[in-house]
Ligand binder design. Sequence first.
Ligand SMILES: [Zn+2]
Length: 387
Amino acid sequence: MTGESQKPGRLGQYRLFSLSGFEVKLDLSWLLLALLITWSLGAGVFPEEYPDLPRRVYAWMGIACAIGVFFSIVFHEFSHSMVARQFGLPIKGITLFIFGGVAEMEEEPPNPRSEFLMAAAGPLASFLLAFLFTEMESLAVAKGWPVSFVGVFDKLALINFVVAIFNLVPAFPLDGGRMLRAALWKWKNDMRVATHISSRIGSAFGLALMLLGGLSFFQGNFIGGMWWFLIGLFLRGAATASYQQLLLKEVLREKPVKDFMRRNPVTVAPSVTVQDWIDDYVYQHHFKMFPVVDGSGLLGCVSTNRIKQIPRAEWRDKTVGEVMDRVSDANSVPASTETTKLLSTMIRPNTASRFMVVEDGQLVGMISLKDLQELIALKLEIESPGK
Ligand SMILES: [Zn+2]
């Protein structure tokens, strides 16, 4: 799979190693996948298919498969990344997470051909691995290696085969969906229409997986059912998000924050008391944050979050100047910043959704997530009638 700034789990990511310039990162959620593979094979499948081995051997076979899957995923994503590099597309790195792996692209492919080849490289890599593991299995049988080796090769061949086939489903953003998008893009000569169609299929496929997973769950296949349900949910979300991201980029293009900010913002003087600020500013204008400005210029900003930490009894005595935050990257942004960059900062958890726009140290406007969202919705409605 290849994706654009997709955010897998939030458990934390660790750099593992660098593979010819691509950083391989592990999202801790991947461990759940590893556990599931180890457990379902080691405790379920292997004891049934290869009876009479010591229990310890089954556990090792399960772990070996999880490690094999790890390297299979890295190889799959590495293949995407190498082709991307051939076309000059920057890849941030390869991240393994709960549903497999993703090669993180920094921008969309420049043309249908590059997208098609880049997408096709993944399933091709998985087919190659399936073939290699099948050969290893035959070799193990021929040479009379322990049956545990045969079992591990057999399952790794099967898993890679399933990964290749699953990724070929034409459901964006799966590899097959990207290949479909590239074909539609070439045919219709319109990337947005192509993305729209393939992400609709992706979303429908996600829904189908969720339904099948749910059905399977209620028929008693709890883990498998739940797993397919979650994969469906993830795909559905990713399909919708990719299309929205594309629309957003189209609307915002490379425009700076300055073009979208609100000019002439309401400001507050540092001498105003907290109580007056709340009564006359917050409750009047319904903003959570105000720039603090005096005769000499911008001093900082005061926000409702900060006030929550001050006892009510002190609101009449303290002034805004005493409780404000100084101007910093956390509350202000240069007017020339690209709007898409600010937007990706704003949607991160624990970041402010309202920023002061600053030029040459002076306040020139305000920009908020809510304003941006409304403006984007409006622009989409007016400028893209055929969505
Ligand atoms: Zn892939």
